[in-house]
Design a protein around this ligand. Structure first.
Ligand SMILES: [Zn+2]
Length: 284
């Protein structure tokens, strides 16, 4: 994706420098072990240990090796440009329907953080929380895409962000709320079908975004769409959910087959037409 030198969004809450109770690599570990040992010798309850560790390291700046930090900062810059591109596209598409788009905030965190939907960990994977209208991403997911999910390429990450912003659109237009109301009325199996449709529509909306972002800002490199399709393919299985240990319900990447996910992203990308994204009445 062509992103260097382009506008980055200011709707970013960068919490990467703040310890959310996650343990810091490097010199910090020794200190933590000492705190832990002292605590255990003092006869405390081991179950309270994480809290003690948090108190021992309040809001501490995390230490990263300079090279790693530079790479992490570069990823943050990239993500901000992608978010800015989603703002450009959705502001325009909402305006064209006589409506105003309310831009979501992107929270960048490392290890763990709090959201209105519960506490998030890097293992949760990226997700959108409707309660605070924020997208949460630990940038280490970028490496997971490449190394664990075999979906390399910057546009794979752009697709993931656009998919989460798609959930924001569904929250704004009431689709997500309608589906969530069904949860109480339907059996889990029945509800799951709607949940799949919601996910596929977020993929469609990511495709619509790519279509218009290309038109407006000429963002695409030749391999980008295959990177996104490959990512849609790679995360159409259970891998992410298996890795999840946080208390947040992970984004339901597991729902929808790889074929379905690719189909809807592609449809959004090729048409750029929001009105063609009714995944709920489609058999696909
Ligand atoms: Zn999703």
């Amino acid at each position: 994706m062509k992103w260097i030198g382009r506008r980055g969004s200011s709707n970013v809450d960068d919490r990467r420098g703040i310890s959310g109770g996650g343990l810091v690599a490097g010199g910090g570990i020794i200190g933590i072990i000492i705190i832990a040992v002292n605590y255990l010798l003092g006869g405390g309850n081991a179950a309270d240990l994480p809290q003690v560790l948090q108190q021992g390291q309040p809001q501490q700046q995390q230490q990263m090796p300079p090279e790693e930090k530079a790479a992490d900062d570069k990823r943050a810059e990239f993500v901000k440009v992608v978010l800015a591109d989603t703002e450009d596209v959705w502001n325009k598409l909402f305006q064209s329907q006589g409506e105003q788009y309310s831009e979501p905030t992107l929270v960048l965190f490392r290890n763990s953080t709090q959201s209105a939907c519960g506490s998030a960990s890097s293992a949760s994977g990226p997700f959108y929380c409707p309660g605070d209208k924020q997208v949460y991403i630990d940038l280490s997911f970028y490496e997971d895409l490449t190394n664990k999910l075999n979906a390399p390429g910057d546009f794979a990450m752009a697709y993931v962000i656009a998919h989460e912003v798609g959930h924001h659109i569904q929250n704004l237009n009431g689709t997500a709320g309608k589906v969530s109301q069904l949860r109480q009325r339907l059996s889990e199996t029945e509800y799951n079908k709607y949940s799949v449709k919601l996910e596929l529509q977020a993929d469609f909306l990511a495709g619509v975004w790519a279509h218009h972002a290309q038109k407006m800002n000429n963002i695409l490199d030749p391999d980008d769409i295959s990177e996104a399709l490959n990512a849609a393919n790679a995360i159409g299985d259970d891998r992410l959910q298996k890795q999840s240990q946080g208390t947040v319900t992970p984004d339901a990447f597991t729902h929808g087959t790889s074929e379905q996910r690719m189909y809807w992203f592609k449809k959004g990308f090729e048409t750029g037409d929001i009105s063609q994204g009714d995944t709920f009445s489609s058999n696909r």
